[in-house]
Design a protein around this ligand. Structure first.
Ligand SMILES: Cc1cc2nc3c(=O)[nH]c(=O)nc-3n(C[C@H](O)[C@H](O)[C@H](O)COP(=O)(O)OP(=O)(O)OC[C@H]3O[C@@H](n4cnc5c(N)ncnc54)[C@H](O)[C@@H]3O)c2cc1C
Length: 382
């Protein structure tokens, strides 16, 4: 058992770390404050190959693996989560369904631009009336001749309304199975298709420099060939995508938790109270020691889940554990980092204020903490 990174993995981690510090850090606060999408940063991430990390070279990817994506996410989130979630959603939710389940034609048409970061794709599962209970999907798609006609709506869809969004994959009810249950399928809806409407962006607590919209489909027609994979496989497809995605979200959460340690260490050495740096007080040292312990153990949890996934072993439980633990400790660390910063921690100009606002969603998105506990308990045979 060896959790040390290879030379190649270390090199990737260092290059993303440098990029996050030199390019993301100076520019992101303005985007965060103004709620604007950081196109220039995303363009540069595309040039670095980050959007192609876990994909084969045959399709325009970098020939790496899912763990490489996780390393990049951790380093980005150590500085900023809006940029990190944009990459996470673009790769693991946007491009991955097409890569895993698409036909050769769909892959050839969509993947090159998605994997170079020139285009983004959204993953349309959640609806205004149903999130955790994704089987409750109401959006319907009916085959009319050689077209699907889609009606319904989706909520909170990341990367669905940027200037470079090329498509959204939409989960829809396409019929009834012989046992009476819903037949769910996934359909590719290109941006700009008539009847596919993107509402203005939400006003969010955090991740304010990322792109999130409600979508409506009003007699939206797409070719029958836009079905992703087999008809009726929608449920199995999104379960697979979400299982993997949990490892990526765990990596992102670890990055935020580690960023809280970085900022707290720096501040504890600078800020003085009662005649000495606050870092000289054991109460502050213990807070930072606990934060480091939490980031470290959560990192091991996502490394383990990723290793199992890449070995082709079952990883559902480990991915849920990693996501649950990492998101919990990210919230803990953000709270403590804010505390260590005192009043300044409550000021938006300090990165820890962003970390605090960005941490809570980690316990909600891609499966809430309750859903992770349900998955773990079910896997234990309950
Ligand atoms: C910024 C942002 C970006 C997002 N991006 C995307 C995206 O790109 N694509 C996408 O499809 N979705 C996206 N989501 C949606 C996200 O995945 C859902 O919000 C999440 O899965 C929870 O669903 P919900 O909001 O409907 O909550 P609900 O499912 O309504 O849950 C409400 C509460 O009830 C609890 N609960 C529900 N069922 C149970 C149960 N059986 N037992 C115990 N407790 C239960 C939940 O844990 C939660 O605490 C995004 C959300 C946000 C906020």
């Amino acid at each position: 058992m060896d959790f040390r990174l290879s030379e190649e993995q270390e090199a990737l981690r260092e290059s993303v770390r440098d990029f996050a510090r030199e390019v993301v850090a100076p520019a992101i606060a303005e985007h965060y404050e103004q709620h604007t999408f950081p196109y220039e940063i995303i363009r540069q991430m595309g040039k670095m190959g980050l959007f192609g990390l876990p994909f084969s070279e045959e399709h325009g990817g970098m020939g790496g693996d899912y763990f490489a994506l996780c390393l990049a996410l951790e380093e980005l989130a150590r500085v900023d989560s809006s940029v990190a979630i944009t990459l996470e959603a673009a790769v693991s939710l946007g491009a991955m369904p097409i890569y895993r389940f698409g036909t050769d034609e769909q892959k050839a048409r969509w993947l090159p631009k998605l994997l170079s970061g020139e285009a983004l794709a959204g993953f349309g599962l959640t609806e205004p009336g149903t999130g955790s209970d994704a089987g409750g999907t109401q959006t319907r798609a009916v085959l009319d001749g050689d077209e699907w006609v889609i009606n319904g709506s989706k909520a909170f869809i990341t990367n669905s309304g940027t200037d470079i969004t090329s498509l959204v994959t939409v989960t829809a009810v396409t019929g009834t199975k012989p046992d009476g249950s819903k037949e769910l399928s996934t359909i590719i809806v290109p941006s700009g298709t008539p009847g596919f409407n993107v509402a203005p962006g939400y006003s969010k607590v955090g991740w304010t420099a990322s792109d999130t919209h409600e979508l409506t489909f009003d007699n939206c027609r797409v070719p029958a060939g836009n079905l992703l994979g087999e008809r009726g496989r929608g449920f199995a497809q999104f379960l697979r995508i979400l299982d993997e995605g949990r490892i990526a979200i765990a990596a992102l959460a670890v990055g935020l938790a580690q960023g809280c340690v970085d900022e707290s260490l720096r501040y504890a050495k600078e800020r003085e109270a009662f005649g000495q740096p606050i870092g000289a007080y054991q109460a502050i040292q213990f807070k930072i020691a606990d934060m480091e312990m939490k980031a470290h153990t959560a990192r091991l949890a996502y490394y383990d889940a990723a290793a199992r996934m890449l070995a082709g072993e079952p990883f559902k439980r480990q991915a849920a554990i990693a996501k649950l633990h990492a998101s919990t400790i990210a919230v803990d660390n953000a709270r403590e980092a804010t505390q260590i910063h005192g009043g300044y921690g409550f000021m938006n100009e300090y990165p820890v204020a962003r970390f605090w606002r960005d941490s809570k969603i980690l316990e909600i998105g891609e499966g809430t903490s309750e859903v992770q506990r349900m998955i773990i308990a079910r896997d234990l045979g309950m």
